[in-house]
Design a protein around this ligand. Structure first.
Ligand SMILES: NC(=O)c1ccc[n+]([C@@H]2O[C@H](COP(=O)([O-])OP(=O)(O)OC[C@H]3O[C@@H](n4cnc5c(N)ncnc54)[C@H](O)[C@@H]3O)[C@@H](O)[C@H]2O)c1
Length: 280
């Protein structure tokens, strides 16, 4: 408890899933949080639930001006800024490359890349103005480290997030600003139902169903949950990670650390068969 005592954070996409889990943990650890999202009813309910610790600001993260306004509101309300978590997102255009259109590609990049770029810009300018340094955290993805996890536009966008983070470490590090990315594997949140066309009223049932299936192919033998990512964000936002900068942290139960499928078994069995055929 108290690892973020006295800190002020901005969290985008904070009314649902990973963002919501992070708001809950940050407040429990002593932070004041300005939440930016577009689901206003959930945002207002969140603000009511947490009294003076959370303020909700309608923020469409595809618009630079909205991100600037969110940062300004956080500072006006709570006096300063220490942490920004660029987290809002959705699956975007899931088309394969051969079908991907210009509109869907641009829309996906605006949501997942522009949001992170301008979150960096506005938070960094505030940190520099304050002379305090600060922590920037961005939600990339396993799809930002490997191909094939999602649609082409999403994969490209999440790889771009890792580029922003590394560039930020170079440009902003000298100002005492740290930028790190969290790369979640499969995390059970409403994004799943939204992306795969499952109606909202069946989202929880679908999450349970998917969680069981996914658990069988993850090295840690379970799907991830918002709190798994919130704990990583807590570490990266707190002073305990003061020397951690430019890192792409997978939080995926080992998924991106290993090759998927029975690859090593096929190798071992093939070698055994080959040797046997040669009489060894
Ligand atoms: N769930 C996963 O398996 C997973 C894996 C890797 C990365 N991610 C990333 O995690 C982040 C959070 O996703 P989640 O799984 O918690 O999903 P979620 O749907 O529960 O939460 C996403 C939030 O972002 C908000 N949002 C969407 N478009 C917005 C916009 N234009 N402006 C402001 N807010 C907007 C939504 O309203 C929602 O509250 C996303 O960036 C997503 O790409 C998720």
């Amino acid at each position: 408890m108290g690892r973020l005592e006295g800190k002020v954070a901005v969290i985008t996409g904070g009314v649902s899933g990973i963002g919501l889990g992070t708001v809950e943990l940050f407040v429990a650890e002593g932070a004041k949080v300005a939440v930016g999202d577009i689901q206003d009813d959930l945002g207002k309910a969140l603000q009511d639930r947490f009294g003076g610790d959370v303020i909700y600001v309608h923020t469409d993260v595809t618009r630079e001006a909205a991100i600037g306004a969110l940062v300004n509101t956080a500072v006006e309300t709570f006096g300063k800024l220490d942490i920004i978590f660029n987290n809002a997102g959705a699956g975007g255009d899931m088309s394969p490359m051969t079908d991907l259109g210009e509109e869907g590609f641009n829309r996906t990049l605006a949501l997942l890349v522009n949001s992170v770029m301008f979150g960096h810009k506005h938070a960094a300018n505030q940190f520099i103005k304050q002379g305090t340094g600060g922590a920037i955290i961005s939600t990339a993805s396993a799809a930002g480290l490997q191909g094939g996890w999602s649609g082409a536009a999403y994969t490209v966008a999440k790889h771009a997030v890792t580029g922003i983070v590394r560039q930020a470490a170079a440009e902003l590090g000298p100002h005492g600003i740290r930028s790190n990315a969290i790369c979640p594997g499969v995390i059970m949140t409403p994004i799943m139902a939204n992306t795969f066309g499952v109606p909202a009223q069946e989202a929880t049932e679908f999450e349970g169903y998917l969680s069981e299936k996914i658990g069988t192919i993850v090295p840690s033998r379970r799907a991830g949950f918002p709190n798994d990512i919130a704990e990583a964000a807590l570490y990266l936002g707190s002073d305990g990670s003061d020397y951690v900068n430019g890192v792409l942290l997978p939080v995926d139960g080992g998924s991106t650390g290993v090759v998927t499928g029975p690859f090593s078994k096929v190798m071992i069995d093939s070698a055994a068969e080959f040797n046997k055929s040669k009489g060894r």
